[in-house]
Design a protein around this ligand. Structure first.
Ligand code: FAD
Length: 811
């Protein structure tokens, strides 16, 4: 049997041992430096608030499983989860609006919740200063996890199934051979291992370093304090369960609360970031309390205390009796970090995990280790989601601190990271700035969403005015850019989209095995195809250009595709990320050919340069790979060249384009045009939880081409067998908008959720894609989408909405 060594017996290590032994793993050893059952990591003092609702469906799924699992666990008759419910209160209009949005998220992901007036908030929490509150969001199924009890319950269950937990064993080295882990060395001996899971919490980077694997997290201290006993709480709570009132969040002031029998615990994210170097923390026996509990810095807490007295006036007669600065992990994007190292096989991470998500993460990692893939979509937590440019210690430290500050902020879905910026810029960046680009950020890239230079065009197009939320990071200029693309021609910077080179004698066979569509076509063809996992779930969608017999260029969604291909590539195939050294501009619009043809020696006529073909040629002085593709549904080309020639390429196109009225257009217009054409965006519209037929991508699957990953799972499936569908909706009111992730109701019953949405400037109404049951996904069906608590009528539409016969791209 394979031997697994888990490093760390916090909530994550214990949950994982439970999940692995439940799946038949019999040789599980958990090594823990501290003494059990409270070994001194973050779990040992976590107050255990579990709020399940998150913008991330993945995190909500993890949390739901944690609640379900901990509710079923008991130690000495004490339950490991206390379902007191959750209450988030708003004291500002902005927060109150955001709670409406949050209620929508809860409905989308299947969490019960209700917006309630101040009087009801005060009923649930009698100590609240009711007059300060505009309202609350009550989630009856949230509550308190007893992290140490839940650790113990899972430890005992795993032990009964044969797992070993060895405390007071400090891991000092990870042994490797031939690119695999072989053993874990401790101060008390060496433990042979076929797999090692790093569940060492904020010590993870130290354990990772022992294996040569970066663990991208920043430990920070976070303050937690407890009041003296309050007369108002005398006799209210049973000391065995400690709390009866909902866990409470006051996010306008970065604060949260829970009951500890007759005391109140207060957590604060309002203080300055307090980064911690785990290598400098004392060992358990040398620590005053425990290694993860640093001395309380009262001056940092003072403003939070004052705010707390304002919200809970009874605290005015009390004081902070105990407090500490507790350490836990923050990642560049606030998500956990899980998965197996590619360089050191058998070395797994289960890091940066809150108690809230612990059971869900542990289940996903156990499934991954057992079946080769997690049972749910976890791409947003994948160790390899970060690009090279996002892996520096400086980036991780800076993003971690920033995420501490923003943890309770109202975050707009388009809100860019503030620092470090600019990090990655395309060769066109100087021109984009001259044109007044409005930049947002993705994967470190500066991406213009529209250009102020096009403001003059905006007068001719009048998109409906917007509410304050949807107007953020939006401009009516986008409508003008979309129209210019449909009517004339526009340049789109496609540089931030990933590009891989796949080459070598085995390249075709390799790509054929990895993807769903037929790629055995003559050089010069481009194919839209899918990467699936073994279960037939969509890992990504790609455009694969066969540039010569053994040389392919692959357009990808990002870093995860590179990882997946590298993991599978045989020796005679080279997979290289060429994104950073190359650039791409999309020249799209009915005048694209008029613009490009005079600049190139090649024939760009439809007959000579067909749709979905590629060739090497020149644009003026610039050697390019030209691909006749279009994400926006208009005639045009993607032109690729090396980064050094990018600016020259842009300028050449710009100069030649003047007489055709060329403009530069941004992502905002792009998204609108793509949705009108029904082009899906992986990660938003579909993930590994969906198969190609459900996602409406069956056309990219060739079951007759030979074997490929995921083929066996698709056997017997087809468009006719699906029970849910990615569905095109249009909003009935031409002035209405939605943003994505809103719940969709059919006959008043929650039926699904929106994936992507954008105003369709050409069709004159908002387009929303949504997952819905197949029975509802019939054109003409009336549904409604809930947007900030309002019911927005929508109708299922036949897709694509724009140019369904594709005549505009094939001419
Ligand atoms: P840990 O519990 O830290 O476990 C890691 C273990 O690894 C430790 O026991 C450590 O001793 C061991 N280890 C490390 N290095 C070695 C080594 N070299 N050899 C052997 N063993 C090693 N989360 C919530 O969901 N809700 C909350 O309300 C909440 N409140 C919090 C309040 C505070 C004040 C703090 C600090 C955190 C809070 N968190 C909360 C976060 C949560 O506590 C952590 O995210 C979670 O406990 C992490 O669990 P873990 O198992 O990954 O890490």
């Amino acid at each position: 049997d394979a031997r697994v060594v888990i490093v760390g017996a916090g909530i994550v290590g214990c949950s994982l041992a439970d999940e692995l032994t439940a799946r038949g793993w019999s040789e599980v050893t958990v090594l823990e430096q501290g003494p059990l059952p409270a070994p001194g990591g973050s779990t040992s003092h976590a107050p255990g608030l579990v709020f399940q609702t998150s913008p991330s469906q993945t995190l909500t799924g993890f949390a739901r499983y944690t609640v379900e699992k901990f509710s079923s666990l008991k130690v000495d008759e004490l339950p490991c989860f206390n379902p007191v419910g959750g209450l988030e209160i708003a004291t500002s209009e902005e927060r109150w609006a955001d709670l409406h949005r949050k209620a929508g998220l809860a409905a989308s992901w299947g969490v019960r919740g209700e917006l309630i007036p101040p009087a009801r908030c005060a009923e649930l929490w009698p100590l609240l200063a009711r007059d300060r509150i505009l309202g609350g969001f009550h989630t009856p199924d949230d509550g308190l996890a007893r992290a140490l009890l839940a650790s113990r319950a899972q430890l005992e269950r795993a032990t009964a199934r044969g797992a070993r937990f060895l405390d007071r064993h400090t891991v000092t080295a990870i042994e490797r051979e031939g690119g695999r882990v072989t053993a874990v060395v401790t101060d008390r001996g060496t433990f042979p291992a076929d797999a090692v899971v790093c569940a060492a919490g904020f010590w993870g980077p130290l354990i990772g370093a022992m294996a040569g694997v970066d663990v991208p997290l920043q430990p920070l201290a976070h303050q937690y304090a407890t009041t003296a006993p309050l007369p108002e709480l005398a006799g209210v709570n049973d000391p065995r369960t400690e709390a009866s009132r909902p866990i409470l969040r006051f996010q306008d002031r970065d604060l949260y609360y829970r009951e500890h029998t007759d005391r109140i615990g207060i957590g604060s994210y309002a203080h300055r970031p307090l980064p911690v170097d785990p290598a400098r923390l004392p060992a358990y026996d040398d620590a005053p309390v425990m290694p993860s509990s640093l001395p309380f810095t009262a001056e940092d807490f003072a403003p939070s205390w004052a705010e707390s007295v304002g919200l809970l006036p009874a605290l005015g007669a009390s004081r902070v009796e105990k407090g500490f600065n507790g350490v836990f992990s923050f990642t560049p994007d606030g998500m956990p970090v899980i998965g197996e190292s590619r360089e050191v096989r058998g070395f797994w991470l289960a890091e940066a995990v809150w108690v809230t998500h612990s059971a869900g993460v542990a289940r996903a990692v156990a499934e991954w280790m057992t079946d080769g893939r997690p049972g749910t979509d976890v791409h947003a937590c994948d160790l390899y989601r970060f690009e090279e440019a996002q892996r520096s210690p400086a980036y991780i430290a800076e993003r971690g601190r920033r995420n501490f500050i923003e943890v309770y902020d109202v975050i707009h879905p388009l809100q860019p990271v503030e620092q470090p910026r600019p990090l990655r810029v395309s060769p066109f960046h100087v021109r984009q700035r001259e044109l007044g680009g409005y930049f947002l950020e993705a994967a470190g890239w500066e991406r213009p969403h529209w250009y102020e230079a096009n403001a003059a065009l905006a007068g001719s197009v009048q998109p409906p005015p917007r509410d304050a939320w949807s107007a953020r990071h939006w401009s009516p200029i986008a409508a003008a850019e979309a129209r210019a693309t449909r009517e004339r021609v526009a340049l789109y910077d496609m540089t931030p989209l990933g590009r891989l080179e796949v080459s070598g004698p085995g390249a075709l066979d390799f790509l054929q095995r990895m993807t769903t569509n037929q790629l055995a076509k003559k050089p010069g063809t481009v194919t839209y195809t899918l990467l699936l996992d073994e279960a037939g779930g969509i890992r990504s969608d790609l455009t694969v250009a066969r540039l010569s017999e053994h040389h392919f260029q692959v357009g990808t969604g990002g870093a995860l595709d590179l990882d997946w291909l590298l993991r599978h590539a045989p020796d005679d195939v080279r997979v290289t990320d060429i994104t950073p050294g190359t650039t791409c501009v999309g020249v799209w619009g009915p005048l694209a050919r008029d613009l490009v043809q005079p600049l190139t020696p090649d024939d760009f006529a439809h007959e000579a340069f067909g749709y979905f073909t590629a060739r090497r040629t020149f644009i003026g002085h610039v050697p390019v790979t030209a691909m006749r593709l279009s994400y926006v549904g208009e005639l045009g080309w993607e032109l690729y060249t090396t980064a050094d020639l990018g600016l020259r390429l842009w300028d050449t196109l710009w100069e030649a384009g003047r007489r055709h009225g060329v403009i530069a257009a941004g992502r905002s217009a792009f998204n609108s045009l793509r949705l009108e054409k029904g082009y899906r965006a992986w990660g938003h519209d579909m993930t590994t939880e969906h198969d190609p037929y459900e996602a409406g991508l069956g056309f990219a699957v060739r079951m007759d081409k030979g074997d490929f990953i995921g083929r066996a799972a698709l056997e017997g499936r087809g468009a006719g067998t699906v029970t849910r569908k990615l569905t095109c909706l249009t909003l009935d009111d031409p002035a209405a908008v939605v943003m994505g992730k809103e719940p969709v109701y059919a006959d008043g019953v929650a039926a699904g959720y929106v994936t992507s949405a954008s105003y369709g400037y050409t069709i004159g109404r908002t387009v929303a894609y949504a997952w819905l049951p197949a029975a509802i996904a019939v054109p003409g069906t009336a549904v409604h989408i809930e947007y900030f608590g309002e019911k927005v009528p929508a109708t299922v539409a036949a897709e694509p909405l724009y140019d369904p016969r594709g005549e505009r791209i094939r001419r």
